[in-house]
Design a protein around this ligand. Structure first.
Ligand SMILES: *Cc1c(COP(=O)(O)O)cnc(C)c1O
Length: 442
């Protein structure tokens, strides 16, 4: 039980600009959420531009202070929109994509192709062709079939492509099994322990139009514990040394991937970016010193942590139910169609009565979604004050992997997205309409 008002208790999970006005109404980016709800409706996704920019700046500052020349590629699968791409370009970020769709939106938003990396374990021939024709900076090769295909495609075009090899180091990232990607038994990357990473490198070096710039690892997400990065880097450093010794190959680039954590709940704080920077830089420097390797150009790939805190999901209460001696529910006008994470990963969130930010909560209430699944619960046992029908509920830390994984389940309309800053609210995506639901039907 907390004795703080929600605006204080949730400071760490809310956007940097979050505040409450005298009436206790939540403000983000200088905008009153009650007015945003009136103008744009609910569910509404509100993104605080200041938080996104500040987070980008901290990443570049912290990593470049440890490793001059370090770059950052935003992992666009966390949430992508042209409005976001514009901000990333201004902040000096590159970007990673995993599909033709993400590549298309990234280019449409103004990202230079050279600043784009193409990831994924199932790139189709059409997607690889699109990537090559667009001139993406790097393709991060995941497996043997892709390597062979890319060899063919670049030969037939007679154009050189820079590639990195994604290596699976066999490191336990200590996170949810559905978001662990660095273990030996993973669908991602060339397994290192089995020798497949080495044979992939040998084949890639023989491909006349592939220029292997270095290695990539991505261990999983979110990594609240930083040590797995050091373990992964030590393993890759040893591999890089062996490749130099056996094949005369020297890495020029390295990426430790993304996975930097996000504070979803007030009781579990994510490490600051400078802690990731310090540990990752130390591990890379150590690997280079130990094995006499040149310091590679490093790029990181944060996704969740860049946009997660900036986003707040805003809902209206549509019904309430109290089951004596069992549980109190409030149901909101959104749920698993805009936030599948609780159902998929048992993710935890905070919930706040967005019009009562100065009221110390006294009830334990489960915030349920409106969709036809018992598992559609957004927050179990939230601490909330008494709520009226139509009142607003805000769920912070909603900026990553929610809109990105949204669906039209129950033919829900996809929510509007508004970007706020300095009292200005800019609609960057309108809400779907009922007619939109029929647009693809023939
Ligand atoms: C998903 C992913 C990321 C980003 O992970 P976050 O947890 O969102 O930071 C980075 N790199 C690769 C290869 C990924 O698949």
């Amino acid at each position: 039980m907390t004795h703080q008002t929600p605006i204080d208790a949730l400071r760490e999970v809310m956007p940097l600009s979050a505040a409450a006005n005298e009436d206790g109404v939540l403000r983000i980016g200088g905008c009153d959420v009650r007015e945003l709800a009136r103008e744009f409706g609910t569910p509404l996704y509100i993104y605080d531009e200041h938080t996104i920019r500040q987070t980008c700046r901290e990443y570049l500052r912290d990593f470049q202070s440890q490793m001059p020349g370090a770059r950052a590629h935003y992992a666009s699968k966390a949430w992508l929109s042209p409005a976001l791409v514009e901000i990333l370009v201004e902040e000096g970020f590159g970007l990673d994509v995993v599909s033709a769709g993400e590549l298309h939106v990234a280019l449409a938003g103004g990202m230079e192709a050279e600043q784009i990396g193409f990831h994924g374990n199932g790139k189709t021939p059409a997607e690889l062709a699109y990537a090559l024709d667009s001139g993406v900076g790097r393709i991060i090769v995941d497996n043997d079939d892709e390597l062979a295909l890319l060899d063919d495609l670049t030969r037939s075009r007679a154009t050189e492509q820079q590639v990195m090899l994604r290596i699976t180091p066999g490191v336990d990232a200590q996170t949810h099994e559905k978001t662990t990607t660095g273990l030996r038994d993973s669908k991602f990357g060339f397994p290192l322990p089995s020798g497949q990473a080495e044979s992939a490198l040998v084949r890639a070096l023989e491909a006349p139009f592939l220029d292997v710039t270095g290695f990539h690892i991505h261990l999983g997400s979110p990594l609240f514990n930083i040590e797995p990065y050091a373990d992964g880097i030590a393993t890759i450093g040893e591999f890089a040394a062996q490749m130099k010794q056996r094949h005369g190959y020297e890495w020029r680039e390295f990426s430790p991937g993304g996975g930097m954590a996000l504070s979803y709940t007030a009781d579990r704080t994510a490490p600051a970016s400078e802690r990731y920077a310090a540990r990752i830089a130390d591990a890379i420097h150590t690997a280079c010193d130990t094995h006499g390797l040149p310091m590679p150009d490093v790029h990181i790939e944060p996704g969740r942590s860049v946009v997660g805190r900036a986003g707040v999901a805003l809902y209206s209460v549509v019904s309430r139910k109290h089951i004596p001696e069992t549980r109190a529910y409030v149901t909101v006008d959104g749920g698993m169609a805009d936030n599948i994470r609780p159902a998929m990963y048992e993710s935890k969130y905070e919930a706040a009565a967005a019009e009562q930010m100065h009221t110390i909560p006294s009830l334990t209430v489960t915030v349920a979604g409106k969709f036809c699944e018992s598992g559609d619960v957004l927050v179990r046992d939230a601490l909330l004050p008494s709520l009226q029908l139509g009142e607003l509920i805000a769920i912070p830390a909603s900026g990553a992997y929610q809109i990105a994984m949204e669906s039209n389940y129950n033919l829900a309309l996809r929510p509007a997205i508004v970007m706020v800053q300095d009292g200005d609210a800019r609609l960057v995506r309108r809400r779907q309409t009922l007619d939109d639901l029929l647009h693809l039907e023939l």
